[in-house]
Design a protein around this ligand. Structure first.
Ligand code: ACO
Length: 323
């Protein structure tokens, strides 16, 4: 049967590093509070004029080079973002142009911090259905443009960046030992839009708006819903605690990440953490973490990787992938 397999990884970060101490110079916060509650030590912030599509195109080029795939072979670009360059066209189309491509399709997916899992699920389905053979799947954000920089409860939590994978079709025997995306699990519950949202948009206020979050409520949902979707992903593949090699989670809060690592029976060194250096880059956090851990040799071909995320919507999901 035809399955999809990750053939290459890429990441891109803005140059500018902003430390917790720098934020504490203008906000009533401290490095100690931010590190203790979130694990975040610093984040990257895009330069003026640096767009989501700029970071996404850089990450895409890196992923294509890693996969040794020519850009011309790409059948489509699926980009997850909540901070598009413009209302339209889709940022994926701008990335297509920046890569010099005129062939294939390109569209965006909006599922906030779960965006990369959603994009991966759609791309995997298209490849399995025979609608494409080579896809770029990207998560990219400039969260800094939708933050209220006077609100300490959100401004300290987010950062900018992009990550990408090249997903390719390959034919093989089914089974958990074979490389490829084993399963994806998507959820949404719009009743909870009030606890994490942006208070603007073209259809409502006509302004871009700012991130508003009831952190403690989101935390409560995150722990319960991520635990449930992790169980769902393991059960769907006949796996149990201790069977997964790596957890590559959405990077919002170190305490949530560590709780999920314990749930999977993984030692801390088998949980990929970037939240300390990147903060929460929303849809970009999982592909950035994948690129980071692949580049430094932690992730290896044949490893079984669980990805999970929760974000505004609420949306949440998981993907189980044999590299
Ligand atoms: N510095 C200092 N104090 C602060 C700060 C800050 N940056 N932010 C809030 N505080 C204060 C609050 O005002 C509050 O003070 P009070 O007790 O006097 O009212 C106190 O710290 C405790 O606030 P809580 O919000 O209860 O703190 P908590 O321990 O819950 O940590 C946090 C907050 C880090 C936001 C946590 O709740 C969290 O990580 N939530 C989940 C976020 C998440 O996972 N989001 C997922 C997806 S994000 C997306 O989809 C875009």
């Amino acid at each position: 049967c035809v399955r999809s397999r990750i053939a290459g990884f890429g990441g891109a970060l803005p140059e500018r590093v902003v430390t917790n101490d720098e934020l504490a110079a203008t906000l009533d916060t401290s490095d100690a509070w931010i590190v203790e509650r979130t694990g975040i030590r610093e984040r990257r912030i895009a330069a003026p004029g640096e767009l989501t599509s700029d970071l996404a195109a850089r990450a895409a080029r890196a992923a294509l080079a890693d996969a040794s795939v020519e850009a011309e072979a790409v059948d489509g670009i699926i980009l997850a973002t909540s901070t598009p360059d413009r209302t339209y066209p889709a940022t994926a189309v701008s990335v297509q142009a920046k890569l010099g491509l005129t062939r294939g399709f390109a569209f965006d997916i909006a599922a906030v911090c779960t965006g990369f899992i959603y994009a991966l699920a759609v791309a995997d389905s298209m490849i399995r259905a025979g609608a494409a053979r080579t896809l770029l799947v990207i998560g990219a954000e400039v969260n800094s443009r939708i933050l209220d920089w006077s609100d300490r409860s959100t401004a300290v939590l987010f950062g900018d960046g992009a990550g990408a994978v090249v997903l390719v079709a390959h034919t093989q025997e089914d089974g958990p030992g074979a490389p490829g995306i084993l399963s994806t699990h998507l959820h949404a519950d719009g009743r909870y839009e009030g606890i994490l949202h942006v208070d603007g948009g073209p259809g409502s206020t006509g302004t871009v708006g700012h991130v508003r979050m009831q952190g403690r409520e989101v935390f409560r949902h995150a722990v319960a819903k991520l635990a449930a979707v992790v169980d769902e992903a393991l059960a769907a593949n006949g796996l149990g605690q201790g069977d997964v090699d790596w957890l590559v989670p959405h990077q919002a809060n170190l305490r949530i990440i560590e709780a999920m690592g314990r749930k999977l029976g993984l030692p801390p060194e088998r949980v990929v953490v970037t939240v300390d250096r990147h903060a929460n880059t929303s849809a970009a956090s999982i592909p950035l973490a994948l690129a980071d851990a692949y580049r430094d040799g932690r992730l290896k071909r044949g490893d079984l990787v669980l990805m999970e995320a929760i974000g505004g919507g609420l949306t949440w999901g998981a993907a189980l992938v044999r590299l």
